[in-house]
Design a protein around this ligand. Sequence first.
Ligand SMILES: *Cc1c(COP(=O)(O)O)cnc(C)c1O
Length: 410
Amino acid sequence: MQYWKKLTNSEIKEKVNKALAQNVDYHERSILGIPASHLDENVFNMDPAYLNNAPFLKTMVDNPNHIGCHTMGESEPFFAGTQKLEKELIGIVAEDILLCEPEQYDGYVASGGTEANIQAIWIYRNIFKKKFHARYDEICLLCSEDSHYSMPKAGNLLNLDLEYVTVTDDAREITPENVAEAIHSAKRKGKKYFIVVANMMTTMFGSVDCIETYTRALTDAGVEFRIHVDGAYGGFVYPFSTDNEEMTFRNPHVSSVTLDAHKMVQAPFGTGIFIARKGLIDNVFTNEAQYVSGLDATLIGSRSGANAIAVWMILQTYGPHDWFEKIHILNYRTNWLCNQLKELKVDFYRHPSSNIVAIRARHISKELAHKYGLVPDSHNHHPQWYKIVLMEHVHVDHLMPFVEELREKL
Ligand SMILES: *Cc1c(COP(=O)(O)O)cnc(C)c1O
């Protein structure tokens, strides 16, 4: 562990306060040039007695702007203190969780998984354009049909076609045949360059794509490709519930990863995390961003530094061992639920490292789904599956009445 170590509340408070003290203080200094300030004092409580024990709220009120990417070059000096903590957060995620070599990465706290995925696809589109003089209609997005809808969104924005790989109905797996078929179909449409998005736990099923299935088929097809891992849901789960390092930076084929802290980490919304191997992000530098010190290599522009501080605080509060335990408790609850379903002979899908259980819709009435807040795979068509996500607040005591009712209905 390079960066990640459990800290006490007072250590966390002290580090955040020190970081805030290194940011510009609009009360103490005359800052005439930036179109920003602390939050409006007429509206928000600025009472020090109230804020001094709440480092996240204090950061919110101070309102630092983390515009740009702080693992590279210069950044805005006005908010250097908290930007340094964001850099530390990116270090925890890149080195300690995703096993990247020290300092061999760039990254930032994005608005969410959607932005982080688009950021990745934007980078590879530009690399293919720059390095191979590829036309947009020669580049293709390749991902499984269980992928998040941010991929078609990215395709639409970046003017790229998308080819889906069919997954098996029971195991939710991409197969060598299905990947080969998708590549073949794309090649027939003139595609030569492939941006692959591999899932580290899909939103609906928690299923995990085998990267080697992609790399083999793409190598066999003799095409150029880059691989992005979408761990928006699974980024803070899967690395702790498996020994498999295929989805980490130990795998030379993995170029970038998305994680969302606003899902399993229970951080405020606006805390997607984007990590890429060092230098790749340079392909989306906006040179016209001249008023930003160090320019801007992110999609978002201005963004709240408080978001980065919130994620940093959560990870520091747990430390790697408590986080590992937390994920394993959730896994234990998932096992409990799966055993009950097996006993009831209810069909379901669950990846062994995951805390999501997708139940075949034929076992579940609309009323039962509504009562327990189960989420269907489709709100428009007849649902095929309903999912249960074993979050922190989902205890076995909450699952028991659901299982009982399911037993009675069957
Ligand atoms: C949630 C999710 C996203 C999108 O994340 P947002 O934070 O909602 O933008 C992308 N991919 C997967 C797998 C997700 O679960």
